[in-house]
Design a protein around this ligand. Sequence first.
Ligand code: SF4
Length: 148
Amino acid sequence: MSEPQPEDEPCEQCGLCCRIFGPGIAPTPANVFIWIEQERTDILRWFVAFMEHGSTPVPCTDLSAGDLGNVVVFEMRDPETGGYVTVCPFLRRVAKDKYLCGIHRVKPEMCCTYQPWVWIDSINDAPFHWQMCKSQKIGRRLPFASQK
Ligand code: SF4
């Protein structure tokens, strides 16, 4: 999910990915480094880190840049309950069928590279929610769809 796209980027901004993968959204250490540098506690508070030596998740708001080398994995968690989230908290609904990313300029790398309309055709038994991707359906009707 993102802000308006370049012409060769067929995302329809339906928000489907961001609603499905909420708990699976994880940043890279480079993403977290930028959030620490920019003091983006509004983003950091939604993530915890599991460290090399320790079993308790550490809130990313407690990390310094020097800690990042010891992180094994990051996970998105509700800052109030510590539980998993079902929908990405950064998703913003701007019209009936249109969503934008509230942290587009600094969103996780996996969100920047995720393009379901590119690879979905190669999965014969793609899950039903992926088959609902509007860009994937429209892409079949566009000239560039044949280049996949
Ligand atoms: S960070 Fe932005 S692009 Fe990534 S899942 Fe959340 S709303 Fe979507």
